[in-house]
Design a protein around this ligand. Structure first.
Ligand SMILES: Nc1nc2c(c(=O)[nH]1)N[C@H]1C(S)=C(S)[C@@H](COP(=O)(O)O)O[C@H]1N2
Ligand SMILES: [Mo]
Length: 347
């Protein structure tokens, strides 16, 4: 179990600047691997293998990518509840170092390379930010981020995240149950699904303007209502004791730990309650490869690679491969949601 402290990390424990810079060079020179193209071949040497920050959350505050950090949001993230010690809401597996979690990202709005989000989202603007609540609800409208977050008490959730490309991390998110937000806006009895949308802003998000991009924008995701109401499903506004960096989905993202990472949509601007199952970005792109459910399942291969193992970051000189667990290790909590469903058909 990691001991959680709120004290300042001594500067001696922060990654030395030269190591940090070397790593940036390294990432810049790395080959871009598009989503799905050779999932297991993507073995970058982890920055932290060089920096050896294992077990530390330490970093300089300036490393966070954002045009500005709203004071009220920083204060709110700092005032969260103490986390429950362990159990499904908090794995005690070693955290992925901050450096890896923020420099090896999928956020195709900022480019196809794993290092693109970190380098191209430096000045991402999250202030002002608003979220539209739409569809089958009693209280639709445009709400400021402050209105959205105001009644919710934040807590830490240390979850595994497993990408469909077969890498995984352990990340300490800060957020609140999506269920609490849903009940506030009072969905009516027609609401059977929820659809989420990411910001569309090609001026800030070069991947949306690029002709090389094959995804449709805005990025969309969706959940069945019972999945959305499950207590493991959270909206996150922070990670590693701070607000979210741009590359991880600032200022507000979904985290659904038992599903492949692409369900955990970043930088949300719209939440739409629907009668019918929504289209989703990756399913529209390749329906035979990326399903709506996308539950982590070692038995159901992606058409182009096995899902039986995963590469746990940080990887050092050699990849650390571990077996993938059904529902990413959350089967006890969520398997009942899919009772009677053929998980091969509804992948
Ligand atoms: N809007 C948006 N959300 C997104 C993505 C994306 O490209 N755009 N990538 C997804 C994928 S494939 C993964 S694995 C996770 C990665 O989250 P992380 O970078 O915080 O680890 O974000 C998901 N959310
Ligand atoms: Mo992913």
């Amino acid at each position: 179990m990691l001991i959680k402290t709120k004290k300042e990390i001594p500067s001696s424990e922060i990654t030395p600047a030269n190591v940090y810079k070397n790593r940036r060079q390294f990432l810049k020179g790395s080959v871009n691997i598009a989503f799905g193209a050779g999932a297991l071949g993507a073995g970058l040497i982890s920055p932290s293998a060089l920096a050896q920050t294992a077990g530390l959350r330490g970093r300089a505050p300036t490393e966070i990518n954002l045009a500005a950090k709203p004071d009220w949001l920083v204060a709110k993230v700092g005032n969260r509840n103490a986390p429950p010690a362990s159990g499904p809401y908090n794995t005690d597996e070693a955290l992925t170092p901050f450096q890896d979690a923020t420099n090896y990202n999928n956020f195709f709005e900022f480019g196809n390379g794993k290092g693109d989000p970190a380098s191209k989202a430096r000045d991402f603007k999250i202030d002002p930010w608003s979220v539209e609540i739409a569809g089958e609800v009693n209280k639709p409208g445009n709400y400021t981020l402050e209105d959205i977050l105001q009644p919710h008490t934040l807590e830490e959730r240390v979850y595994r995240i497993r990408c469909v490309e077969a890498f995984s991390m352990v990340i300490p998110w800060i957020g609140f149950p999506l269920a609490d937000l849903i009940s506030r806006f009072e969905p009516n009895s027609n609401a059977r699904f929820i659809e989420f949308e990411t910001l569309y802003d090609p001026e800030q998000m070069p991947g949306q303007a690029a002709r090389t991009s094959s995804l449709g924008w805005p990025y969309k995701e969706g959940l069945r209502m019972d999945e959305a109401m499950h207590p493991l499903t959270i909206l996150a506004v922070g990670m590693y004791d701070d607000i979210l960096p741009a590359q991880n989905g600032a200022p507000l993202r979904l985290v659904v730990p038992w599903k492949y990472g692409f369900k955990s949509i970043k930088s949300i601007v719209r939440i739409n309650f629907r009668r019918d199952m929504p289209n989703t970005a990756w399913n529209d792109y390749a329906a035979n490869e990326y399903g709506f459910y996308a539950n982590v399942n070692p038995q159901v291969s992606h058409p182009r690679w096995s899902q039986s193992q995963e590469r746990r970051l940080p990887s050092g000189l050699f990849d650390r491969r571990i077996p993938t667990q059904l529902f990413n290790g959350y089967a006890e909590e969520v398997a009942h949601l899919y009772q009677g469903m053929d998980l091969r058909t509804y992948f």
